[in-house]
Design a protein around this ligand. Structure first.
Ligand SMILES: Cc1cc2nc3c(=O)[nH]c(=O)nc-3n(C[C@H](O)[C@H](O)[C@H](O)COP(=O)(O)OP(=O)(O)OC[C@H]3O[C@@H](n4cnc5c(N)ncnc54)[C@H](O)[C@@H]3O)c2cc1C
Ligand SMILES: *[C@@H]1O[C@H](CO)[C@@H](O)[C@H](O)[C@H]1NC(C)=O
Length: 464
């Protein structure tokens, strides 16, 4: 009898213990911050927060749906590259990730030259003395690997791959916890969920953020191009074409550049199936071919050019000719649909959207991922202020500061890029004249150009 009672006693205790264990298991699924999506932006965000001493006692989880891959720098360049601005490079330096990139490879852009095929009006961007690069061309995979390498040194951040977020729910009335469920049934709670899950963000949809989006019915064809090796390759070229598309060459290294060529979707299908020789010919045509111009446009730009010369301003004609493309590794050719999207709000209680999840732009200005990195810098600052003030991480007041500051920067940029896309999709003479004079004037008016460059560079001063 006594033995039986003792047994019962132990059994009950055991059951109690196991229940407690289960409940601690549930609470071990609680994190201060969960970052959903480990692309360039999400991974950099997790690393930045993890390395910030203000969050030293915070538990951070990074969930990425894709498989963990062992990556080694391949001999050939990847076709997916980004033009990083100075503020992005500073961020990567701050988290010690830049050394992995500069120790491997990147293409410094010393000058950017943009010109209009319908008028030859041109604008060039360069820093004084041609010294400091205006942008840095880095392969997306290399950037991701560099940040992942650094993330391994951060013990407050746990990274889980093959973890696809399937559902999430905002905090209930009077509560602070966000609930999140994975595809395989595992659930988590957190004080702050950061949606970094790209242009088709599930977090954005599940959390009912209002979102505006449209497709341009345009595709971007990317490829790695072979160029002559007789001179250093440090100029980025961008030519606006009569069909409303543009062709950009981004320097990787001597003899190689990465191409982005946008055009309407139907034409893209045709161009993407050309043989290697015909494809290279088509690229050279787009880069070099003299386009039929309206006499009016020519006259207007010529007159303006004379006027500028008269006032001793820098000339607006092309300062240098683009290179001739010699070949293309056809395996590197790929196509991406182009669109625009913007979430009306970036935050709600306990939730913030970051990167492409919040905003998507046309690659015309090469700003997409830089806007996302700008979000990272701002969010890191705002959350540190919240913690310093003793607030919870999901506090809407602080998150609103992030939203306001970033929308003030992102919205004009998105509108300008969208406006440019519209402006360049017309051959209507008055518009061609206007945009050509616009390019000429911007090129000649050094202060305005300086302003545009500082905008594109991410306004470092504002983020400091
Ligand atoms: C042709 C082209 C050229 C471009 N060129 C440039 C350029 O020169 N410069 C520039 O700045 N930008 C450029 N961009 C834009 C740039 O690629 C994007 O802005 C950038 O990739 C956005 O990064 P992200 O991390 O926000 O989103 P993504 O790169 O989309 O990453 C999202 C991540 O979240 C993961 N994920 C998605 N859903 C889930 C889920 N439910 N659960 C868990 N994980 C999930 C995905 O696997 C992915 O890893 C270009 C874009 C295109 C199409
Ligand atoms: C689901 O995936 C997560 C993340 O990979 C893992 O921790 C968990 O054990 C998985 N659960 C099941 C039931 O497979």
């Amino acid at each position: 009898m006594l033995v039986n009672n003792l047994n019962r006693y132990f059994l009950q205790n055991l059951m109690f213990l196991s229940k407690r264990l289960q409940s601690t298991q549930v609470s071990s699924n609680h994190y201060d911050i969960i970052v959903a999506g480990g692309g360039m932006v999400g991974t950099t965000l997790a690393c930045t927060l993890g390395k910030n001493p203000k969050f030293a006692d915070k538990k951070i989880l990074l969930l990425e749906s894709s498989k963990k891959s062992q990556w080694r720098l391949p001999e050939t360049y990847s076709n997916r590259v980004s033009a990083l601005n100075a503020a992005t490079v500073d961020l990567l330096k701050d988290i010690d990730a830049w050394k992995h990139i500069s120790g491997a490879r990147f293409g410094p852009v010393k000058r950017m030259q943009v010109w209009d095929a319908s008028s030859e009006a041109a604008i060039t961007f360069e820093n004084d003395g041609f010294e400091e690069p205006v942008a840095y061309i880095v392969e997306n995979d290399l950037l991701l690997d560099a940040v992942r390498n650094e993330l391994q040194n951060v013990n407050t951040v746990e990274v889980v791959y093959q973890a696809k977020v399937e559902s999430c729910r905002p905090p209930r009335e009077g509560e602070d916890e966000v609930n999140l469920g994975l595809e395989n049934g595992t659930s988590y709670t957190c004080d702050l969920l950061l949606g970094c899950d790209g242009a088709n963000s599930l977090v954005r949809k599940e959390m009912d953020f209002h979102h505006i989006a449209c497709n341009y019915n345009q595709m971007g064809i990317v490829a790695t191009l072979k160029l002559p090796e007789d001179s250093p390759n440090v100029v980025a070229w961008q030519r606006h074409l009569p069909d409303g598309g543009f062709l950009a060459l981004l320097p990787l290294t001597q003899g190689f550049s990465s191409m982005v060529w946008s055009m309407n979707a139907k034409e893209a299908k045709r161009v993407a199936s050309l043989s290697e020789d015909a494809f290279v010919d088509a690229i050279n045509d787009a880069l070099w071919k003299v386009q039929p111009r309206s006499g009016f446009v020519d006259q207007a730009t010529q007159t303006f050019d004379n006027l500028i010369r008269f006032f001793n301003l820098p000339s607006t004609s092309m300062t240098q000719c683009p290179p001739k493309v010699l070949g293309c590794d056809i395996k590197s050719r790929a196509m991406f649909p182009l669109g625009i999207g913007h979430a009306t709000n970036y935050v709600s209680k306990g939730v913030a959207l970051v990167g492409d999840a919040a905003h998507r732009v046309h690659p015309l200005a090469g700003q997409g991922v830089n806007l996302g990195f700008g979000d990272v810098i701002c969010l890191n600052k705002v959350l540190a202020e919240a913690v310093y003030a003793g607030s919870t991480l999901g506090n809407l007041q602080y998150l609103k500061n992030y939203e306001t500051e970033r929308q003030r920067f992102n919205v004009p940029m998105i509108l300008v890029v969208h406006g440019l896309v519209q402006l360049y999709s017309t051959q209507f003479t008055p518009v061609v004249i206007l945009r050509s004079l616009g390019l000429q004037a911007t090129n000649a008016l050094t202060p305005l150009k300086k302003f545009l460059m500082s905008q594109a560079a991410g306004l470092r001063s504002q983020q400091a």
